[in-house]
Design a protein around this ligand. Structure first.
Ligand SMILES: [Zn+2]
Length: 265
């Protein structure tokens, strides 16, 4: 799909600017996206070091916020010391979420479910203490993840299933529990027709958009290093799948982003 000339305002709710390669440094990617209509972005922590880097980026670049968390694949690094460190980082300025945390079935061999679940519970406790929403990573693990979330009885601002790629049933499992769904460049992939079919059924006020850069570049950049400037491709495809005007859809998603993170931009 070719890009249209209309500039759509957009917000990247899940970026890892700190993981961009040397040929596309964070500041340059950020500047390029700003020129293309980026209203802001949230840089996501995946371990203690990248949580700290996210806070630094948020302090340095206007329109950038941060989350702090330990990715399920890194869950074995969670100790009482790192848990304490996370709590300190969560109190830093411009921290607007806890995670990414969750359950990743592809990683069970190296990081067993119990280890991932213990880390997720610690993140949930921290989200409660700070009254911040959870950034959830779920790979082929909706059943254990839903069960754990149910046992924790979350209330208030719950969280988002980032880079949602599940079934219709799984989408409503998350929505019925009060969560948001965030869609990545995967919605532009040729083999993601089932995801595009679900999109029109998602309530308009529960949708967020993300790049998950440097991963998952949307068509027509598929295979390249992803960056926030590519998000409008995802936005256009999602609007088209919903049969909505891209400009109206982009403003709705911006409003959802403000509500979800309780930020203004
Ligand atoms: Zn991520």
């Amino acid at each position: 799909m070719a890009s249209s000339d209309v500039v759509l305002p957009f917000f990247d709710t899940h970026a890892h600017l700190n993981l961009l390669p040397p040929e596309m440094p964070a500041d340059e990617a950020y500047r390029k996206a700003r020129e293309g209509g980026l209203a802001g972005l949230v840089n996501i922590g995946t371990r203690i070091a990248s949580s700290r880097e996210s806070i630094d980026l948020a302090a340095r670049l206007p329109g950038v916020w941060a989350t702090v968390g330990i990715h399920p694949s890194e869950a074995s690094t969670l100790t009482s010391a790192t848990r304490e460190e996370l709590a300190l980082l969560a109190a830093a300025p411009r921290v607007v979420g806890i995670g990414e945390t969750g359950i990743d079935r592809a990683d069970f061999e190296e990081t067993p479910l119990e280890v991932q679940a213990a880390s997720l519970r610690a993140h949930i406790a921290l989200a409660r203490e700070t009254d911040l929403p959870l950034i959830l990573h779920c790979r082929e693990a909706f059943e254990p993840l839903f069960a754990l979330l149910d046992s924790e009885r979350l209330s208030g601002r719950r969280g988002v299933f980032h880079c949602f790629t599940g079934s219709r049933e799984e989408a409503f499992g998350a929505l019925d529990r009060g969560f948001y769904l965030s869609f990545s460049g995967i919605v532009t992939f040729k083999n993601a027709a089932s995801l595009r079919e679900i999109l029109p059924e998602i309530p308009e006020d529960r949708i967020l958009l993300e790049t998950d850069c440097p991963y998952l570049a949307p068509v027509p950049y598929r295979g390249k290093t992803n960056q926030p400037a590519y998000l409008p491709e995802t936005l256009r495809v999602a609007a088209f799948a919903r049969g909505e005007d891209p400009t109206a859809f982009s403003h709705q998603v911006l409003q959802n982003t403000r509500t979800f993170f309780a930020i203004d931009f």
